[in-house]
Design a protein around this ligand. Structure first.
Ligand SMILES: O=C(O)CCC(=O)C(=O)O
Ligand SMILES: [Fe+2]
Length: 306
């Protein structure tokens, strides 16, 4: 542990519940263990952390750094990586993630952490917002906690896309968007997760929902929708969120076990591209110790990249 590293990394909080910027760190595969530990601790506390000025990173450097925090997965269970098998391009040309979600919740081993690097940014707009799902659970009144503690949800990559994304706002579904959706759903997965999962590292309870939820187990579709909306409103309450305005060279890292996020599609047809590396996670566990179960699909190829 070097004293220099301890002094160099400064954690600047961005809100009561969610987000911190870390200054004074040059990300890369050569970071010392003390700084990596500090980054990890800040991530667990603040749920999403941001680094400015990382223009020196390319995909290889991003992957080398991300590997210090965990085991990279394939880019996606169904969408192939570009260049490197672990790198998922988030490109406005064929996809805009402008609805609230946690990444890849339709498989049993939901990724633990995502590391996102700005590659090309629009001249205006294109911020991303994160919400803290632990704070959302904590702030529920006791009767609602008792209800959700025992509730389960079915998550699928063949979710109701039109219900969660306003296509008019993103210019309608064009051919590239449709072809991306077809790839995205080329193998269908369905997994049952507890609505409240116990975080494997912090022991905190977090709401596990987002746009891949198809229905709540045991409820009618109308009841599912009503309760889902009530809980999503709790998650996305602005006090639970942080909004990041990207600059070139920025890197954001989120704890995918304790957050949802939303990429704001307010930059018209301007190109926007970020590269994501996703780190493997555990199978979620409910408050009574029951593990999530995949009902449809086998995602065993996805979770750990050799
Ligand atoms: O475009 C963004 O800012 C985030 C997209 C997204 O949902 C992701 O990278 O997982
Ligand atoms: Fe995402």
């Amino acid at each position: 542990m070097t004293v220099q590293a301890e002094v160099a990394a400064r954690v600047v909080r961005l809100g009561e519940h969610t987000g911190a910027r870390i200054d004074g760190v040059r990300l890369g595969g050569d970071l010392d263990a003390a700084t990596v530990a500090r980054i990890r601790a800040a991530l667990l506390t603040h749920k999403v952390i941001f680094f400015r000025g990382q223009q020196h990173l390319d995909d290889t450097g991003q992957l080398a750094f991300a590997s210090l925090l965990g085991t990279p997965t394939l880019a996606h269970p169904t969408v192939p990586g570009q260049g490197n098998a672990a790198v998922l391009p988030i490109d406005s040309d064929y996809s805009k993630a402008n609805s609230w979600h946690t990444d890849v919740t339709f498989v049993d081993r939901v990724p633990a952490i995502s590391v996102l690097r700005a590659v090309r940014l629009p001249p205006y707009g294109g911020d991303t917002t994160w919400a803290n799902t632990v704070a959302a659970y904590d702030k529920l009144p006791e009767p609602l906690k008792a209800l959700v503690d025992r509730l389960w949800a079915v998550h699928s990559n063949a979710y109701d896309y039109a219900a969660s994304v306003d296509e008019a706002r993103i210019g309608g579904v064009d051919v590239k968007f449709q072809s991306y959706r077809d790839t995205f759903e080329s193998t269908v997965y369905e997994t049952e997760h507890p609505v409240v999962r116990v975080h494997p590292e912090t022991g905190e309870r977090a709401l596990l929902l987002g746009h891949f939820v198809k229905r709540l187990v045991g409820l009618t579709s109308g009841e599912s929708q009503a309760l889902f909306q009530l809980l999503q409103q709790r998650v996305t309450q602005l006090e639970n969120t942080v909004r990041w305005h990207w600059r070139e060279g920025d890197v954001a890292i989120w704890d995918n076990r304790a957050t949802q996020h939303y990429a704001i599609a307010d930059y018209e047809d301007n190109p926007r591209r970020l590269h994501r590396i996703t780190l493997a996670g555990d199978v979620p566990v409910s408050v009574d110790g029951t593990r999530s179960t995949t009902r449809i699909g086998d995602a065993s190829h996805y979770s750990a990249l050799a």
